[in-house]
Ligand binder design. Structure first.
Ligand code: FNR
Length: 381
């Protein structure tokens, strides 16, 4: 195959390397996958104004996200089970992201333990929280995240229950669990790779952040049942106060799509929000993040920092997100495809590509600083 140049190329590589059920777990969305498609299509519908004869000899792609200077207005989104897509996946991605100058977010359901990610990155990173029924367990997790150097908590609020992912159902991920799917994959595919290595040796693959919280439910087998039993659909705005009393750092509320919820988030005093539909994996037929963004940005103004995700694949998409009112964007599938498809080198190359694309887009749109990118750079005809 020719050298990968885009997120789709890494997706193709990931498809070749991963067992089907893992590829589908990443690739798929909820229901009929209409929102999943809209996330990408809505970016395609945004047009940029090309401007000429502007001095663009110095273009700076840097941005400040949640008080941190970043090389790009971009953070790696939390991706559950990333450590199954590549060996020590979260730790390696965290290191590459640090080299590239962008935040990395470790999911509650990441595979690598917090201290391992901290050691690999050698710098602070973001931690994503799902609220569990067992608040004592959440307190332990928060303390562990703080001790690992995390200062930004990404609190995901759009998953009171896991969305209906039909591909996962068809692949047996729901009914029989991950371990059984891994074992099936070892029987179907001849070449041993590390995922089936884990399955064949019978070593339980553990969930790093949750390890101490999962007595009797530490292996993949029990994971789905544990998630169903533990994720708390009773979470309300009052829990933000509860969290605030236990987290001294910044809070970024992830999964906001509605203007009223965005206003409530501001009233709750969070530092930022992520306009997101969870990569089209939760409620099908909701709007894409990029479509919901302008109204939310208008309602929130400077009262909280606004990030967006869903369908961001390139530096040009990043430019559009900023033009429509975001301070920055998160990338989910793009980074996991690059890591799964071509390892650390793939992720490094992908992030370089995104930066080059952003610089090029800024140059051709005649804007030299990310903070200056706004709706005036879009073609609204
Ligand atoms: C996710 N996402 C997610 N979000 C979160 O808050 N915690 C998590 O554990 C996960 N896990 C997860 C797994 C996989 C395989 C995917 C694809 C996504 C959602 C993620 O953070 C982000 O919102 C979306 O991925 C953004 O959309 P794109 O970039 O994938 O189109």
């Amino acid at each position: 195959m020719s050298l990968p140049a885009t997120a789709s190329d890494y997706r193709a590589l990931a498809r070749r390397r991963l067992p089907r059920f893992l590829f589908d777990y990443i690739d798929g969305g909820a229901g009929e996958e209409r929102t999943l498609a809209a996330n990408v299509d809505d970016f395609a519908g945004v047009r940029i104004r090309q401007r000429v004869l502007v001095d663009t000899s110095r273009v700076d792609t840097g941005a400040v996200l949640l008080g941190e200077s970043c090389a790009l207005p971009l953070a790696l989104a939390p991706v559950g089970l990333a450590g199954m897509m590549a060996r020590r996946g979260e730790a390696r991605a965290a290191r590459v992201a640090e080299e590239a100058g962008v935040p990395f977010t470790l999911s509650t359901v990441g595979v690598c333990p917090l201290p391992e990610v901290a050691a690999a990155r050698g710098a602070p990173f973001w931690f994503q929280l799902y609220m569990l029924r067992d608040r004592g367990a959440v307190e332990v997790i928060l303390d562990a995240a703080w001790a690992a150097g995390c200062r930004t908590l990404v609190f995901t609020v759009d998953l009171p229950l896991p969305g209906p992912r039909h591909r996962d159902t068809r692949n047996g991920l729901g009914a029989t669990g991950l371990k059984a799917s891994l074992l099936r994959a070892t029987q179907v595919l001849a070449r041993p790779r590390w995922v089936w290595d884990v399955a064949l040796r019978g070593r339980p693959l553990r969930f790093g952040c949750l390890e101490s919280q999962l007595p009797g439910a530490r292996s993949l087998d029990d994971f789905k049942a544990w998630v169903d039993a533990q994720f708390d659909p009773g979470v309300t705005w009052r829990d933000i106060d509860w969290l605030r009393a236990r987290w001294r750092g910044r809070i970024l509320l992830k999964g906001i799509l509605d203007v009223d919820d965005a206003r409530a988030a501001v009233n709750a005093g969070v530092e930022g929000i992520v306009v997101s539909n969870h990569g089209g994996r939760q409620l099908d037929s909701v709007a894409s993040g990029i479509r919901a963004l302008p109204k939310i940005a208008a309602a929130v103004g400077d009262a909280a920092e606004i990030l967006v995700d869903g369908g961001v694949r390139s530096g040009t998409d990043l430019f559009k997100a900023l033009a429509l009112g975001a301070r920055g964007a998160l990338i989910g599938r793009g980074w996991i495809w690059a890591l799964a498809g071509a390892g650390e080198a793939g992720l490094r190359d992908y992030l370089d590509t995104v930066q080059r694309e952003l610089r090029l887009t800024m140059t051709l749109a005649g804007v030299t600083r990310t903070a200056d990118i706004d709706a005036s750079h879009l073609d609204s005809d």
